[in-house]
Design a protein around this ligand. Structure first.
Ligand SMILES: *[C@@H]1O[C@H](CO)[C@@H](O)[C@H](O)[C@H]1NC(C)=O
Ligand SMILES: *[C@@H]1O[C@H](CO)[C@@H](O)[C@H](O)[C@H]1NC(C)=O
Ligand SMILES: *[C@@H]1O[C@H](CO)[C@@H](O)[C@H](O)[C@H]1NC(C)=O
Ligand SMILES: *[C@@H]1O[C@H](CO)[C@@H](O)[C@H](O)[C@H]1NC(C)=O
Length: 609
C-alpha cells in the first residue's frame, strides 16, 4: 500500500472540499469494450454488474471542463469466495487499491452488493478526457463483480453531460478582454427567456434598457472553440410545427331534427336558421400579430366534402364575417349527385385576430334531408418562396431586397432609398448585405440581414473553405414592447449610402438611428449612433434573441458583463448591469456550430441626468 493511498483515505474523512458534485458510472456501459461479461442481478443498480477475474481490467472514461480535484468516493462490489485485490488507476497511474471481503455463501454472496467507501483521490486533474481503470491483480477462481463507481469532483459547475463526455465545454473560453466603460451609466439587461426543447424556437429573450444611450456597437465574431464542422440545417426535433389547419370538423350529419354542436380547439360548429336558409355556422378564433402570428392575416382555403350519399342535387352556399365586420356576398355551388367536394379561397386579410370570425354554410330553407359531411376545414393558404432581387452591386458590396410572400407585419412595408442610385424600393421585407470575401477572387459573404420588424442579424465574413455560415443569435434594434410574444420595432424607411455602408433608419414611431456596417477579417460590427429614441425611460432599445436547450445544443450558452461576471445564459440571474455584454458559447454545439458570438457595447449616452 503506498503512502499516497493512506493520505487519500485520510482526506476522505476530513474532506478538503466541502461542496462538490458527485456522479455515478455504471460499469456495464464500459464492459463490452473490454470483452467483459455483464451479469444480470436484480440487486445491482440498473440490475447489471460486470464480472472480472484476475488480469481483467475495466476502463471507464469521463471528462472534466476545468482543473478539478477528484475523489473516487465509492465503488460497489460483490464477492463469493476468497478475497480479491483490485488496483485503481487514474490516467493509467495507480492511485489506490482495494480488497473484497472473503465470503463463502455458496453463490448467494454475488447478490450482496456492498459499497467499499472512498478509495482514492487525485488533485488538480486537468480539463479534458480521463480514464479510470480497475485492474484485478489477485483473485480466486470466481473473481469479483463490480456494479458501479461513484466520483466526486470539487467543481460545482460540472454538468453531467460534460462529465459523461457528451458535451465538450472549454473552461478558458471567455471575453475578459472586453471591458466596461466607467464613464457611462450601465445598461440593464433583463431575463425574459423561457425553456424549450425545440431548437428552432428563440427561447432566449433579453431586452436592454438605458435611459440615455445614444450610441452602441454590436459585434459578431466566430465562436472561440476550434471546430471545423459546419452544422447549419434546422433541427425540428420536439418542435410543434405550425398547424396548417385553422380548424377541421369531420364526419357529421345535418338533420332538421337533431341538435348539432361540435367543438374544436378554437372553433365551434353548430346550426341555426334565417329567413332564407338553414345554416351550419362556425365561430372561430384566430391568432394574429398581437401574438406574433399570421393566422388571422393570411388568406385561407375552405374545403368542404360530402359523403357520397346524395340522392338528389342540392345547392350549398358559403358566406363569411371577418375583418370587414359585415357578411360577405354568399357564393353557391350546385352539388350534383356525383360531386362531393368544394374548395373556396379567401384573400389575405379576410379574417380578424380574435374570436369574431364566422363562417356560414347555407342550406335550402326547411331542408328535411340528412346531409352527411365528410369534412369541413379551413386552412392557411400555402406560402410561396421568398423572392430576392438585386438592388445594388458594385463588385465590393451587393445588396439584395427580399420579398416574403406573407410578411407577418400586417402588410406593412418599408421603403429603401439607395442614395448612390437615387432610387427607392418598396417591396423588400428585409435586406441582405453581402461583402466581398478577402480570401477568394469572386466569393461574397452575407454580413447583415435587416428586417422591416427591426430584427438584425450579423455575421463575420465566411472563413476560408466554407460556403456559408449560419446565423444563430439575432437582435431587435429599436424601441418595442418587451412583453409582446413577438416584439417588433417596425422600420418605415431607410436611406442607404452603400459606398460608406451607412444606413439612416427611420422607425414607424418616428425614432431614428444611424448604422454603420464594418467587417474585418474575423468580425463584423454594426455601429449604431445618433440614436433619437424618444421613450428610453420606458421601453428597451435592444433585445438579444437566441436559442438554448442545453449546453451542447444551443446558439449561445454564456453571457459575461464588463469582461468579468460570467453567467450561464439561462438560470441564476434576472438582471445584469453593465456597459459591455458578450453572448458566447463555451460548449461545442451540435446546432449552428459555427454561428457567431455577439457582443453589445454601450459607447455613448446623452448628457446624463
Ligand atoms: C493489471 O495487473 C496485472 C498484475 O499485477 C499486471 O500485470 C497488468 O499489467 C495490470 N494491467 C494494467 C492495465 O495495469
Ligand atoms: C373530391 O371528390 C373527388 C370525387 O368526386 C375525389 O376524387 C377527390 O379526392 C375529392 N377531393 C378531396 C380533397 O376530398
Ligand atoms: C323534419 O323533416 C321531416 C321530413 O323528413 C318532417 O316530417 C319533420 O316535421 C321535420 N321536422 C322539423 C322540426 O322541421
Ligand atoms: C410621427 O410623426 C408624424 C408626423 O410628424 C405624426 O403624424 C405621427 O403621429 C408620429 N407618430 C408617432 C408614433 O409619434
Amino acid at each position: 500500500m503506498s503512502t499516497g493511498y493512506i493520505v487519500a483515505f485520510a482526506c476522505t474523512l476530513v474532506c478538503p472540499w466541502v461542496s462538490g458534485v458527485t456522479f455515478e458510472l455504471e460499469t456495464e456501459e464500459f464492459a463490452p469494450e473490454r470483452g467483459l461479461l455483464v451479469t444480470s442481478r436484480p440487486t445491482a443498480s440498473n440490475k447489471q454488474a460486470v464480472w472480472m477475474l484476475a488480469s481483467n481490467y475495466l476502463k471507464l472514461e469521463f471528462c472534466l471542463s476545468s482543473e478539478t480535484d477528484l475523489q473516487v468516493s465509492d465503488i460497489v462490489v460483490s464477492n463469493d469466495g476468497d478475497e480479491d485485490v483490485v488496483d485503481v488507476l487514474l490516467d493509467w497511474e495507480k492511485i489506490a487499491e482495494f480488497r473484497t471481503f472473503k465470503k463463502s455463501l455458496g453463490g448467494k454472496g454475488w447478490d450482496e452488493y456492498k459499497p467499499i467507501g472512498p478509495v482514492g483521490i487525485k488533485n488538480r486533474l486537468s480539463p479534458g478526457r480521463h480514464t479510470l481503470v480497475l485492474n484485478v491483480t489477485h483473485s480466486d477462481d470466481y473473481g469479483v463483480e463490480v456494479d458501479k463507481i461513484e466520483m466526486t469532483m470539487n467543481d460545482e459547475d460540472l454538468e453531467e453531460d460534460v462529465f459523461r463526455c457528451r458535451v465538450f465545454c472549454y473552461d478558458h473560453i471567455g471575453y475578459t478582454h472586453i471591458h466596461g466603460r466607467d464613464h457611462i451609466h450601465s445598461a440593464r439587461a433583463v431575463q425574459r427567456s423561457f425553456k424549450t426543447d425545440c431548437a428552432e424556437v428563440d427561447n432566449l429573450k433579453i431586452p436592454f434598457y438605458h435611459r440615455s444611450v445614444s450610441s452602441f456597437m454590436l459585434t459578431a465574431s466566430h465562436p472561440q472553440y476550434k471546430a471545423f464542422v459546419n452544422v447549419k440545417r434546422p433541427d425540428f426535433t420536439n418542435c410543434e410545427m405550425a398547424l396548417e389547419n385553422l380548424w377541421r370538423f369531420e364526419d357529421f350529419t345535418y338533420t332538421n331534427e337533431s341538435e348539432l354542436k361540435l367543438r374544436g380547439d378554437h372553433a365551434v360548429l353548430t346550426k341555426t336558421q334565417n329567413e332564407n336558409h338553414d345554416i351550419i355556422v362556425i365561430f372561430f378564433n384566430l391568432r394574429g400579430p398581437k401574438r406574433g402570428d399570421t393566422e388571422s392575416e393570411i388568406g385561407s382555403i375552405l374545403s368542404l366534402g360530402l359523403q357520397q350519399t346524395l340522392d338528389a342535387p342540392i345547392e350549398i352556399g358559403v358566406q363569411y364575417f371577418g375583418r370587414e365586420k359585415e357578411w360577405s356576398t354568399p357564393v353557391f355551388k350546385n352539388f350534383k349527385t356525383e360531386d362531393f367536394n368544394w374548395t373556396i379561397s379567401t384573400p389575405d386579410f379576410t379574417w380578424i385576430e380574435g374570436p369574431e370570425n364566422v363562417l356560414r354554410i347555407l342550406l335550402p330553407l326547411d331542408t328535411t334531408r340528412e346531409i352527411e359531411f365528410d369534412y369541413i376545414s379551413l386552412r392557411k393558404r400555402p406560402v410561396k418562396e421568398e423572392v430576392a432581387f438585386k438592388i445594388y452591386d458594385n463588385d465590393d458590396v451587393v445588396l439584395e431586397g427580399v420579398d416574403v410572400d406573407f410578411w407577418w407585419q400586417n402588410g406593412k412595408q418599408m421603403t429603401v432609398n439607395i442614395l448612390d442610385q437615387g432610387k427607392t424600393y418598396n417591396n423588400a421585407d428585409y435586406l441582405r448585405f453581402y461583402q466581398k470575401v478577402p480570401w477568394s477572387e469572386k466569393g461574397y459573404a452575407q454580413t447583415l440581414a435587416l428586417y422591416q420588424d427591426g430584427i438584425a442579424r450579423l455575421l463575420p465574413i465566411t472563413p476560408p473553405g466554407i460556403d456559408w455560415i449560419p446565423f444563430g443569435s439575432s437582435v431587435l434594434i429599436g424601441e418595442f414592447k418587451p412583453f409582446f410574444p413577438r416584439p417588433a420595432a417596425p422600420i418605415q424607411h431607410i436611406d442607404i449610402d452603400l459606398r460608406k455602408l451607412e444606413l439612416k433608419v427611420y422607425y414607424e414611431n418616428n425614432n431614428t438611428a444611424r448604422m454603420e456596417l464594418k467587417s474585418s477579417f474575423d468580425e463584423t460590427s454594426l455601429l449604431v449612433t445618433d440614436m433619437e429614441f424618444k421613450r428610453l425611460s420606458r421601453w428597451p432599445f435592444l433585445m438579444f434573441k437566441s436559442m438554448w436547450i442545453k449546453n451542447g445544443n444551443s446558439d449561445v450558452d454564456h453571457v459575461s458583463v464588463n469582461g468579468n461576471d460570467q453567467r450561464r445564459i439561462l438560470g441564476g440571474w434576472k438582471k445584469l448591469y453593465g456597459t459591455s455584454f458578450a453572448f458566447f458559447r463555451k460548449c461545442l454545439s451540435k446546432h449552428n456550430t459555427l454561428s457567431p458570438d455577439l457582443r453589445v457595447e454601450i459607447l455613448e449616452a446623452h448628457n446624463e441626468i
